[in-house]
Design a protein around this ligand. Structure first.
Ligand code: GTP
Ligand code: ZN
Length: 288
């Protein structure tokens, strides 16, 4: 029997697909693995519990990361990315930047969530994040241990994904928003990870009839090899006004003279660390 459904868990090769009132444990036709949590798929139902994924329906969006060796799909069809960060354990500002660039490239609205506001270290981290608010990025401060209601207005009507380094509180946020569903995550991950308390797979939950939330495994790095050198500068909002004003139309904003982006940085419109990140990424993209 052919049906359509949505992938609500992705274990790499095995997928859980929700279709109407049913959930099926699925493998894919031809061992295809390039499906992501959130994908809408056509399935053939084998029995009460099992089905085979035949094909994927067109995606509204795809968030992924890519390094020299592999591509990692994070989530499909999301409309909002929540980058979860906290002052403890040591947050990476570069990872935040890379995630914002990936969000811009995928045309998905990003939100920075500063969790663990109860910790005294948070104030200094918030100061460091102020420039991102000045760039226009939404920032919400919460203490997930006490609750995550402050996120609700931003989650409403969206398909959202939580991403971030391990230990920043993604699962705690999911628990706070969905106490019932979270108990289930615990069960599954205990069985698969022999009791480790870390998220190993993406999981989609229903917040209400039109809001969905995807929790994803912690990230250490965020490869952006899929973004071309010429596309990069346009993903930095503060650089957009200067694009097209360099002396060379194919300027890489590194060694070239009369570079409008480097000049903008000298004039204080672009922070040095953002220019350095652009140069580092462009360098990689050109040598790939
Ligand atoms: N002080 C404080 N600790 C928190 C808060 N939220 C989460 N934590 C703690 O931070 C640790 C990590 O939280 P998790 O929710 O497991 O983090 P995660 O981002 O899901 O981590 P991974 O599953 O490894 O990706 C746990 O010990 C939580 O109790 C908070 O608001 N305040
Ligand atoms: Zn330039």
């Amino acid at each position: 029997m052919k049906q359509t459904g949505q992938i609500v868990r992705s274990y790499g090769r095995r997928f859980i697909v929700e279709s109407g009132e049913h959930t099926y444990d699925c493998t894919s036709r031809g061992k295809r693995v390039d499906y992501a949590c959130g994908d809408r798929v056509d399935i053939t139902v084998l029995n009460d519990k099992q089905a085979v994924i035949e094909a994927q329906q067109p995606r509204q969006s795809l968030l992924y990361r890519q390094d020299d060796w592999r591509t990692k799909l994070i989530a499909a069809n999301v409309t909002r990315i929540f980058f979860v960060t906290a002052a403890v354990p040591s947050p990476s500002e570069e990872l935040l930047n890379r995630c914002l660039l990936a969000a811009e490239a995928a045309d998905i609205d990003p939100v920075i969530v500063v969790n663990k506001s109860d910790l005294p270290e948070t104030a200094a981290w918030l100061d460091k994040l102020q420039p991102y608010q000045q760039l226009g990025y939404k920032l919400v401060t919460i203490s997930a241990k006490q609750g995550a209601e402050a996120l609700l207005p931003l989650l409403q009507g969206q398909t959202s994904v939580l991403v971030g380094q391990s230990g920043m509180g993604k699962s705690t946020i999911t628990n706070a928003l969905l106490p019932d569903a979270a108990a289930r995550v615990g069960e599954i991950s205990t069985a698969l990870d022999a009791g480790r308390h870390t998220t190993t797979h993406a999981a989609l939950y229903h917040l209400d009839a039109d809001s969905q939330l995807i929790d994803s495994p912690g990230l250490q790095e965020f490869g952006l090899s899929h973004i071309g050198a010429t596309e990069l500068a346009g993903l930095f909002p503060e650089m957009r006004d200067f694009i097209g004003h360099c002396r060379f139309h194919n300027c890489t904003h590194r060694q070239e003279p009369d570079c409008a982006i480097k000049q903008a940085s000298k004039d204080g419109h672009v922070r040095p660390m953002r220019l350095e990140l652009l140069q580092k990424l462009t360098n990689r993209a050109l040598n790939a």
